[in-house]
Design a protein around this ligand. Structure first.
Ligand code: FES
Length: 76
């Protein structure tokens, strides 16, 4: 398994965040509106408190943009 298949931690402040699910954003993991016309939409994440979330880097998660542990099954 390459290091890039491991999930990336992302520290977020409490509040509302729009995370890119289309892969077209030029603003890292955050939606920048580039999905317009793609039929996809950002994942809206509402956090009550500051938290660290883990983003999928392997492409196999069924819960994108979040890691669901699928990268572990790929290396088995
Ligand atoms: Fe990717 Fe908005 S730019 S979901």
């Amino acid at each position: 398994m390459s290091p890039s298949s491991h999930p990336s931690p992302l520290a977020l402040k409490g509040g509302t965040h729009a995370l890119c699910t289309c892969g077209l954003s030029k603003n890292g993991p955050f939606c920048d509106g580039s999905h317009q016309g793609s039929g996809q939409a950002p994942r809206i994440l509402k956090l009550d408190t500051d938290q660290t979330v883990f983003l999928c880097n392997c492409g196999a998660s069924a819960n994108k943009p979040f890691c669901d542990g699928s990268h572990q099954r790929q290396s088995a």
